[in-house]
Design a protein around this ligand. Structure first.
Ligand SMILES: Cc1cc2nc3c(=O)[nH]c(=O)nc-3n(C[C@H](O)[C@H](O)[C@H](O)COP(=O)(O)OP(=O)(O)OC[C@H]3O[C@@H](n4cnc5c(N)ncnc54)[C@H](O)[C@@H]3O)c2cc1C
Length: 285
């Protein structure tokens, strides 16, 4: 788990809430194309799986599960959990982190949005996902609950973070100025919801994956911070490719932005298989 954030006033920082570890083998009930490079996969299970009981907290847009992606032969085995510990050695398949986009507690449906790419097992699984496919779902282990009282939120992300940003914008209590700064290869990359109360200003950069992205996002972030009407009350969430985020971290540092008013999470790193974002968070701090 990431290190807890310690702030003088807990309402201003990110709070962590642990959950009992769930292990479920679920079935794809529907696949939708929601963008040129994104599939939305609906997952359901047997009544005993209690999919509707998967923790789905408000203000916890970064919450994620670990998908256990079947092997090329379609084989998938989830680890047993004893005393809150998963026996990962039993796993058959590859485990990768994915944002919990929604949990429908009535129908017992978990929704995950996955980028379509053929560089790894998870990206390829999303390309080929169809009704009836099986996939393992572990977690979530805990929630990062973001502080709701800020007057300006800056949300930054590449393709992999668009589901988390979508979840931010779904938040019924989001009653603030919101600047959404995204980067993707396509102009119409993701169907963002329109929040009822928030005043949203969206900046979408169309850039291929690569070294141009970090400086471009950092420049947008710096000018947004400079222009904020409430500079004393700005919270920044940023997620995506880890090297790209170094520029974002640098821009925040240069601006003297308080550590408790930011959450930056590397979701993948070009050239790295199954990036451990927890280890990264500590290294980069
Ligand atoms: C907390 C968290 C939440 C996340 N939420 C989502 C989500 O909701 N949707 C989503 O799509 N992803 C999400 N990700 C990112 C996802 O876990 C990674 O992209 C993961 O590496 C994909 O696994 P893979 O098996 O396809 O590739 P891996 O086997 O991990 O990597 C193989 C190669 O593919 C490259 N690669 C990995 N991801 C991408 C990519 N997106 N585009 C191009 N190349 C890539 C790697 O750099 C590596 O070279 C999240 C990650 C974290 C940590």
């Amino acid at each position: 788990m990431p290190r807890p954030v310690t702030v003088a006033d807990a309402r201003l920082g990110v709070n962590q809430v642990p959950h009992l570890l769930g292990a479920r083998l679920l079935t794809v009930s529907k696949v939708e194309s929601i963008g040129p490079q994104m599939a939305r996969v609906h997952l359901t299970g047997e009544p005993r799986d209690r999919v509707g009981a998967i923790p789905f907290l408000p203000w916890a847009a970064g919450d994620h599960v670990k998908l256990v992606i079947p092997t090329e032969d379609g084989e998938v085995v989830i680890p047993t959990v004893v005393n809150e510990r998963a026996n990962w050695e039993e796993t058959v398949g590859s485990t990768r982190a994915y944002t919990i986009r929604t949990v429908d507690q009535i129908t017992g449906t978990l929704v995950i949005d996955g980028v379509l790419h053929d560089h790894g097992p998870a990206g390829s699984w999303f390309i080929n996902a169809k009704e009836g496919d099986r996939v393992g779902v572990m977690g979530p282990r805990g929630s990062h609950v973001y502080p709701p009282g800020y007057r300006h939120y800056i949300l930054i992300g590449d393709e992999t973070a668009l589901p988390a940003l979508g979840r931010w914008l779904d938040e019924p209590g989001l009653n603030a100025a919101v600047t959404v700064i995204t980067v993707a290869e396509d102009a119409d990359a993701y169907p963002f919801p329109a929040p009822e109360l928030a005043d949203v200003d969206a900046h979408h950069l169309v850039l291929p994956s690569g070294p141009e992205r970090g400086p471009a996002l950092a420049a947008e972030l710096s000018s947004t911070l400079d222009a904020s009407a409430t500079p004393e009350s700005v919270f920044v969430f940023a997620a995506g490719e880890a090297v790209m985020l170094k520029d974002v971290r640098r821009a925040l540092k240069t601006a003297g932005h308080p550590r408790h008013a930011q959450h930056i999470d590397g979701y993948w790193r070009a050239g790295t298989v199954a990036l451990d974002h927890h280890a990264l968070e500590v290294d980069e701090d």
